[in-house]
Design a protein around this ligand. Structure first.
Ligand code: ATP
Ligand code: MG
Length: 393
């Protein structure tokens, strides 16, 4: 029934002089999202909005699903396109549209007509009034309400005539790529995919690092992270996922540092390595799934000590979220089921029974000094042996 989509965007509409940059990014993100969908589409800017036109038969549900993952979109209106074959034809088609698009024809409505083409023989008010009359004749339970209608039927007379009345909500936010890049520390847990989603929602393009510790973490644990990246990529577009072999470093920390400090020291080396790859990818910040007080390594003191090694800003979009709130988002975005698969991650293998909750930076630095002879070479080795996977949605 539908041949086009009208894309409504909210926040990017208010960006003043830079508005066209945001719109262009939205156009290209929309086109990218539609690439895997069955059918051919043309996406273009038109009169302060984004317009998707199908150039072939297409899978409507797939297209809608793809569009509902594009940040920047607040609403998706499926549009019926028709040739101008005179008013009688138009009225007849609006009547049959209302018959098909709604289960029951017993709502209040109003018709809004706009003419982009002033040579149409009737003016906008006349078209609206006449179409309204035809609808009332065809469906006796309909009522006109010009102030608070349940349904607004839009008729736009352009080269072709556009008819739409429904808006499917989009994810909101800003189009990915409109706000630079960041490097996500992506583990197999619930939190970090949500953190990636949230930062991408603000327009940030993300890459990811995953610290893999074979044989303590299995291939399946790694595959789980790849799967999570794939789910995220539905929203973010392709993600470069750097898989960093972390076993040697972890074992060295385990051997040479006090066990109650393992997690915090490990976290500091993760940050350093993530920064290296952030530099390679021209990322402007790191992103983690940390939230205050969730575990020992996420107390204010622990976060401060972890942060101390970083030179890039570290974004922690979940910092004030309760676990249940994080779970709610992960269910909404479709990562939860994968996140809870029971594969060990490298942090659960080397956790101490009683980790420090208030680490002292001096004491941590002293412990790290035990690694001074070897850590440089091990870091280099981890960088050199990292595997980069391009994860497509
Ligand atoms: P998550 O659910 O994301 O695993 P978590 O509650 O288990 O989080 P931690 O294990 O303390 O928290 O990790 C805190 C953050 O550090 C994670 O959200 C993630 O950003 C990063 N992180 C932890 N382990 C890894 C890993 N193996 N690879 C990449 N990043 C990691
Ligand atoms: Mg974790």
């Amino acid at each position: 029934m539908y041949q086009a989509f009208l894309i409504k965007y909210g926040e990017i509409g208010v960006k003043g002089k830079n508005r066209h940059i945001f719109e262009d990014t939205l156009v290209s993100q929309t086109a990218n999202a539609l690439k895997p969908v069955d059918g051919e589409f043309c996406v273009r800017k038109e009169n302060g909005r984004v317009y998707v036109e199908a150039l072939s038969e297409f899978d409507y549900d797939e297209a809608l699903e793809a569009l509902s993952h594009v940040f920047g979109i607040v609403g998706i209106c499926p549009v019926v396109l028709m040739e101008d074959e005179g008013f009688e034809d138009l009225a007849r088609r609006v009547v049959s549209y209302v018959g098909e698009a709604f289960q029951e024809q017993d709502f209040t409505f109003k018709v809004i007509t706009r003419r982009a083409r002033k040579n149409y023989p009737m003016d906008s008010m006349e078209v609206s009034a006449a179409v309204g009359e035809r609808l009332l004749e065809a469906y006796p339970k309909l009522k006109v309400d010009v102030h608070k209608p349940q349904v607004t039927l839009h008729i736009e007379i352009r080269n072709k005539i556009n008819l739409y009345s429904k808006t499917v909500p989009g994810p909101g936010g800003m189009p990915v790529g409109s706000a630079g890049r960041a490097m996500l520390l992506l583990s197999g847990g619930i939190d970090s995919p949500v953190a990636g989603y949230m930062i991408a929602k603000r327009g940030v393009k993300i890459d990811a690092v995953y610290f893999h510790a074979p044989p303590y973490t299995s291939e399946r644990a790694k595959q789980k992270v790849v799967d999570l990246a794939k789910l995220l990529a539905k929203y973010t577009g392709p993600i470069r996922l750097h898989v960093i072999h972390f076993t040697e470093i972890q074992l060295a920390i385990y051997e040479k540092c006090p066990h109650d400090q393992l997690t915090i020291i490990m976290r500091r080396y993760m940050m350093k390595l993530a920064e290296h790859f952030a530099g390679e990818d021209e990322s402007m910040g790191l992103v983690t799934g940390e939230s205050i007080g969730q575990v020992a390594s996420q107390t204010m003191q622990s976060l401060a000590v972890t942060n101390e090694v970083c030179t890039l800003p570290v974004y922690r979009p979940l910092i004030g979220f309760d676990k249940q709130e994080i779970i709610d988002v992960s269910q909404k975005i479709g990562t939860y089921e994968t996140s809870i698969l029971p594969f060990e991650d490298c942090c659960t293998i080397f956790v101490a029974k009683h980790p420090v909750t208030k680490p002292n930076l001096k004491s941590i630095l002293k412990s790290e000094s035990h690694l001074a002879d070897t850590i440089g070479a091990m870091m280099k080795e981890a960088i050199d042996t990292a595997e980069t996977i391009r994860v497509e949605p």
